[in-house]
Design a protein around this ligand. Structure first.
Ligand code: LLP
Length: 385
């Protein structure tokens, strides 16, 4: 249950919908991740794409994480929030010249480079600026993350990274690029991964490619294994903090590294998903011949994941009375699209206009993916300590 009775009382009259962020849970999650990583001498960069809310970012920055960015604006935001440029990486298949130039001027830690052409462009732009660009080469490891096909990234058919067939050529280009310094190799296989065997398979591929480069006389200082650790969308109260120990343990056990080599991670969802919920009010209840509908004042414009990926989010009535009867509702939003549905046949205590509904585990890829479609209002937030 998201709120206790006293908290529910405080919510009376608060304008909905809003994102509710539990900053205590955020800090506990960050501390658990940092502790498990530090113990193994692993470095974690927070993937801003999951949530770049200012308050959340400042807390993450204050805990000593680095920043993993995928746009010039994310790089700029990280710097504004106080992340050390030496702990910022810039990834993405489509970096514009303007974004590359800005990142070069900031002297960020590294670009995660996704193609041979991008290597050549970064080299040329660094030359013009009289800079040397640190890069990690993203290799597409062809590991199936067995997750939703929209969020699988490490297969041969995906657009990400340099395919294995082009690595020989990439290595030759790297040798010829005088304004590029290869610091590492980068991999990422997908998101919302809960099966640790996927990460084990990734380690096997990473070891192979690291040896491949080392056999050709290229020393790899940084092994960046990406992000992707999943969270428990079904039981946010029982499992509010992902098992970071088990996750890092896989890499500790299966990744081959010598004493000098650094292992970097880019975690997004695992750090911020559980601390956020979308809180909405029931506008109308309606019963069709076959269905009972709860029509909320939040829709796919505030949380797009169910409409876009058929993603499950736990839906609960805020401060629900245990003794009322249970009804199976289709919980829908106000947007003029049939996909604007948070859940079908969701068993909930019988509800009425004005009741509050919480959609849980919405801290990652929630607020950041919101849109103004239908000229909806700006997102509101409430933070709790
Ligand atoms: N590194 C790279 C290269 C990535 O592409 C991603 C996520 C991450 C790190 C962070 O992954 P995480 O630790 O958060 O799983 N909007 C989708 C998720 C898209 C993930 C994109 N890449 C969703 O709502 O499920």
């Amino acid at each position: 249950m998201l709120f206790n009775d006293q908290q529910v009382e405080k919510l009376v009259g608060v304008e909905t919908p809003f994102y509710y962020y539990d900053l205590t849970l955020l800090e506990r999650t960050l501390d658990a991740a940092k502790h498990a990583a530090d113990k193994r001498n692993f470095h974690v960069h927070y993937a801003l794409k999951a949530n770049f809310n200012d308050r959340i970012l400042s807390i993450i920055q204050s805990k000593g994480f680095g920043a993993d960015c995928v746009s010039g604006n994310e790089v700029q935001k990280s710097i504004d929030v106080g992340f050390d440029a030496g702990k910022i990486t810039f990834a993405g298949v489509g970096k514009s010249d303007k974004e590359i130039i800005a990142a070069l001027k900031h002297q960020i830690f590294a670009f995660n480079v996704e193609s041979i052409q991008e290597l050549e462009i970064i080299n040329a732009l660094a030359d013009e600026l009289g800079e040397k660009a640190n890069v990690s080469l993203r290799i597409n490891p062809n590991v199936d993350a067995h997750t939703h096909h929209y969020i699988t990234t490490g297969l041969d058919e995906n657009k990400f990274g340099v395919p294995n067939s082009e690595l020989e050529q990439a290595a030759a280009v790297l040798r010829s690029c005088e304004h590029i310094n290869l610091v590492g190799l980068h991999f990422h296989v997908g998101s919302q991964i809960t099966d640790m065997n996927v990460f084990k398979s990734l380690c096997v591929k990473v070891n192979e490619w690291k040896s491949w480069f080392e056999e050709r006389g290229t020393y790899i200082k940084v092994i960046n294994v990406g992000g992707g650790l999943g969270v428990d969308y079904h039981a946010p109260d029982e499992n509010p903090i992902p098992d970071f120990e088990a996750y890092f343990d896989v890499f500790d056990k299966f990744l081959e590294r010598n004493g000098q080599q650094e292992v970097h991670f880019e975690l997004g969802r695992a750090l911020v998903a559980q601390c956020g919920s979308l809180v909405s009010k029931v506008l109308y209840t309606k019963s069709g011949t076959k269905k009972h509908f709860l029509i909320l004042d939040a829709g796919m414009t505030e949380l797009m994941r169910p409409a876009l990926y058929q993603a499950y989010h736990k839906i609960e009535k805020v401060g629900s009375d245990q003794y009322v009867k249970t009804v199976n509702y289709d919980v829908v939003g106000p947007i003029c699209e049939s996909s604007d549905c948070f859940g079908k046949e969701v068993p909930l205590p019988e509800s009425k206009r004005g009741d509050l509904i919480a959609i849980r585990t919405a801290g990652a890829y929630g607020e950041v993916m919101a849109s103004r479609y239908n000229l909806r209002e700006e997102i509101r937030y409430i933070y709790s300590k």
